[in-house]
Write a new protein. Structure first.
Length: 338
């Protein structure tokens, strides 16, 4: 039975960088060639959303107002031309926006069919809303560690949801993870997950302890989501020939590195962005990668949902999230899938 799309929808919007969020009634967008219309079921607030809301743009420019949201889940209810787009019609998917500023915090979203992952039968629609950003990143980083023959990993966001996934996958693959947290109370959080090596970056001997652990465990892959002074601290502690993967800027500060340290140690710095990494995969590799992630979505790649809120509570939910960021997810429950 053909789905009848309404003329209008509710969507969260922001009118300027760092501005407040508003719930507005907007026309339902229509899919073009190679695109699909997703009736959204759920979408989380992620740390990466905070950078976007602050005005950081991956494309270099942005037209306001925008609808935030980097990932979510729902059902494809309309499609434009193109074989893959038509194949998705009626199917539940995990999805991300193909156009910056036209995100998932809305009742409907148009996106490229290539930015949709068909869901296997039985996959929880709420967990699927958090399938793209953290699970695929965690799997990718473990793959990078294995292919690069890195004996151990240093993770700078160990207390986060992503940090828990990297730790669990490392345990599954027998890859030790050195877990870095920012506050004393987060040490217990990581240890409760089974983390053996936990360091607090606010302690005065942090760099010395990290250097000793990295040398002992032969940790040569450093995952830097922080930037700022953290990048130099990682470089100071890194063994010869290490790779520093720069993939976020949670400090909102530019990183600076002493070139002498980098050249003497023969350090490699790589900027890493999940969409770019996924583009290196062909269609069959992407499907296999997605299925692997879905198989682990109830275990190693699960996300703990702390609160479920409606789109109408977007600003209040965001304020609470910023004040007490933990590994618990805030999820917008938008509608039912199917």
């Amino acid at each position: 039975m053909k789905y009848r799309t309404p003329a209008t929808m509710q969507a969260v919007q922001q009118d300027e960088a760092a501005g407040r969020l508003f719930l507005r009634e907007l026309p339902v967008p229509q899919p073009g060639a190679g695109e699909v219309l997703v009736r959204m079921a759920a979408a989380p607030i992620n740390p990466s959303d905070l950078g976007s809301l602050a005005g950081l743009s991956y494309s270099g420019s942005r037209t306001y107002p925008i609808t935030p949201g980097n990932e979510g889940s729902g059902t494809v209810v309309a499609s434009g031309s193109g074989l893959f787009a038509k194949m998705l019609l009626g199917k539940p998917v995990a999805c991300s926006p193909s156009t910056e500023g036209k995100g998932t915090w809305a009742e409907y979203m148009v996106t490229s069919a290539q930015y949709c992952l068909p869901l296997r039968r039985g996959v929880d629609i709420e967990q699927a809303a958090m399938l793209v950003v953290n699970p695929l990143t965690a799997l990718a980083m473990i793959e990078i560690a294995r292919k690069g023959k890195h004996r151990a990993i240093v993770n700078t966001v160990a207390a986060s949801n992503l940090g828990g996934m990297i730790l669990r996958l490392g345990q599954r693959q027998n890859i030790p993870v050195i877990n870095i947290v920012r506050r004393a109370e987060q040490v217990g959080v990581v240890r409760s997950r089974g983390g053996e090596y936990v360091l607090n970056s606010s302690e005065p001997d942090f760099v010395a302890r990290l250097r000793e652990l990295a040398q002992r465990l032969k940790a040569t892959l450093f995952l830097d989501a922080i930037g700022g002074e953290m990048t130099q601290q990682l470089a100071d502690a890194a063994p010869f020939g290490s790779t520093l993967l720069l993939y976020s800027k949670m400090s909102q500060q530019n990183c600076s590195v002493d070139p002498f340290v980098a050249l003497v140690k023969s350090l490699r710095f790589h900027g890493w962005f999940l969409p770019n990494w996924l583009r290196t995969k062909n269609l069959f590799q992407s499907i296999a990668f997605s299925r692997h992630a879905q198989n682990l979505l109830a275990t190693d790649l699960s996300s703990h949902i702390g609160r479920r809120v409606p789109l109408s509570s977007a600003q209040a939910a965001l304020d609470r999230y910023v004040q007490g960021m933990t590994n618990e997810k805030v999820l917008f429950r938008i509608g039912a899938a199917g």
